[in-house]
Design a protein around this ligand. Sequence first.
Ligand code: BTN
Length: 262
Amino acid sequence: MKFDFIYLDRVDSTNAYAQRLLKESLAGEGTIIRAGEGTVVRAADQASGRGQGENSWHSQAGMNLTFSLILEPLFIPPEKLFSLNKAVALAVLNTVRNALPGDLPASIKWPNDIYAADHKIAGILIEHTLIGSSVKNSIIGIGININQLEFPASLPNPVSLKQLTGNDYDIREMLDKVCRNLENEYSRLRNHEFQSIDADYNSKLYGSGRDLEFTTGGSSFTGRIQGVDDIGRLCVLTADGGLKMFNHGEIWINEKLLKKSL
Ligand code: BTN
């Protein structure tokens, strides 16, 4: 893939900027940019960084990596579109893992948060433009906490690479690394390696392989994560042997109990 990098000091949100580029194929100061597959918008600072759902994304100016990549994954069958989330999560996870010592655990918290040492170190926001049920383009928004040392107390459990290792990281280098990993995972998708992507993603899910306490619809139950299906639902084996599928926002893992069991 040929990457075209656009670097901005400050923007509302790199996802929103990428969306405008796709609509207008125009950037300021008279330069015409034809945005498409491989366009990367990185900003040092986002005035209104967006998170999943109604959430915002906090990142101290100049301390972290916040960027959006435009893809045109027209080759992915609509019913397999969630495999793009899985591939992106694997790419970000590998980038984080390679930046940390091998004994620090990192994993994917369903659907696509990246956790390191039980804290959220990166978030992913994927926005598709569809024609009917087929995808026309996707904006892959990625935020990785890199050098920030203090986070607002209101955030549930953030962490940065520097908090975990004490080292300073070169943000530009981290961007190169994550782009290389994204390219690798994307070519697996191009080759329709859906099963091996599924297997990799499932094997790296936070909390998998042990009994967990879940909360759904106001009540709690014990179960084991079995994996995530093609449309992104979490599949949980309950204590009575039944398999249950949950959409994002329908179920929560009791993280306090999970940490105690680690
Ligand atoms: C989440 O975990 O809630 C998703 C966070 C995604 C944040 C990134 S930062 C770069 C890109 N631009 C945005 O406005 N959001 C994404």
